[in-house]
Design a protein around this ligand. Structure first.
Ligand SMILES: [Zn+2]
Ligand SMILES: [Zn+2]
Length: 344
């Protein structure tokens, strides 16, 4: 069965579960892990069955709960290179070091551990040596990152074990950027996560390397397109022939203009790398949308500069202008509660 469950959508947190075949993907982790799990259960989804997390971009409303959730579940996180780097800078802004510095740190840590082994008669040598070997040979990229951040030998032992046989409970606490596994993808290069085909595409937004997605499973196509200043031709092309479309309807132009945001923030939201207004979304639905989606979900609504009814009415007007689209179900994703799961 194919299922699409929006757990949260809006400027204060974004999270969606896409299920198809035997695979479940969490798209963004913009809620705390605890809240994310709570909402999954509320929506009838089991957090323990998630296979991977995939990230659109590094803004905090998309990644707040990422590290804790990935560690707790012991699952890989899919990023673009640019987003991963930006996320690491966001999460550990002061932990920058060159490769040479990192190598030197590893050498010193290995020497310190060796000294400890030599001096402590009751140390479990096998475990200790396993750790040293893992650090010395480099291990995976995640392992190296983990090793770089640890201060104590005990924590490094845990990381070495996690690298050999991933155990979410063993995630090192000293390195905030440590993840059980990292997988990279590129916009424009489709790939597969289990039974779900993923097509990432570039979106115009003020992040390092932001993307939207089309997910396909069992012949059902589902698009996630939020956080975009406007809809360029490459995005329009991706949104054709989808069965479900989660599309941004961020703000009402008048509410934003008269609202509480400082002028600079208003300019950012309105810019071509900001967010889609109700009006821009309606124009797209009226003039360019191919009408193929059974479900159109309006998402990423601003709580300060929009009202759900305003977004709904604006989109409804656009769809009602096209008689052929009356069969489309128009739904609104909310910030504070999950949307009812949509099954195909
Ligand atoms: Zn954003
Ligand atoms: Zn966002």
């Amino acid at each position: 069965m194919v299922r699409f469950t929006v757990l949260a959508s809006g400027s204060k947190g974004n999270c969606t579960v896409v299920s198809g075949g035997h695979t479940r993907i969490l798209v963004d982790a913009g809620l705390s892990c605890r809240e994310l799990f709570r909402r999954m259960r509320l929506a009838g989804e089991e957090p323990e069955t998630l296979d991977a997390i995939i990230i659109t971009h590094e803004h905090s409303d998309h990644i707040t709960g990422l590290a804790v959730t990935a560690r707790k579940l012991g699952i890989p996180v899919y990023f673009t290179h640019g987003t991963h780097r930006a996320w690491m800078r966001w999460i550990a802004p002061r932990r920058q070091m060159t490769y040479t510095q990192w190598l030197e740190q590893c050498r010193q840590q290995a020497a310190a551990r060796q000294a400890e082994i030599d001096s402590a008669a009751d140390v479990d040598c096998d475990e200790e040596l396993e750790c040293v070997a893992a650090v010395a040979t480099g291990g995976s990229e995640e392992m190296r990152a983990a090793a770089a951040g640890k201060a104590s030998a005990a924590l490094e032992k845990e990381a070495a074990r996690a690298a050999v046989a991933p155990e979410p409970a063993n995630a090192p606490e000293k390195d905030p950027t440590w993840l059980p596994a990292v997988e990279y993808f590129e916009a424009g290069q489709p790939f597969q996560i289990g039974d779900i085909a993923v097509s990432p595409f570039t979106i115009p937004h003020d992040a390092a390397d932001p993307v939207g997605f089309v997910f396909q499973a069992e012949g059902v196509r589902m698009a996630v397109a939020t956080d975009l200043g406007y809809i360029p031709p490459n995005v329009k092309a991706q949104l054709k022939r989808v069965d479900l479309l989660l599309l941004e309807s961020n703000h009402d132009l008048e509410m934003l203009r008269d609202g509480p945001y400082p002028w600079s923030v208003k300019q950012r939201v309105l810019s071509r790398v900001g967010h889609l207004s109700n009006e821009a979304t309606a124009t797209y639905l009226e003039t360019e949308y191919d009408g193929q989606a059974t479900y159109v979900i309006l998402g990423h609504l601003s709580e300060s500069n929009n009202m759900p009814e305003l977004a709904r009415i604006t989109a409804e007007r656009a769809l009602n202008g096209r008689a052929s689209l009356l069969a489309n179900h128009l739904l609104l994703a909310a910030q504070h509660e999950p949307l009812m799961p949509i099954s195909f």
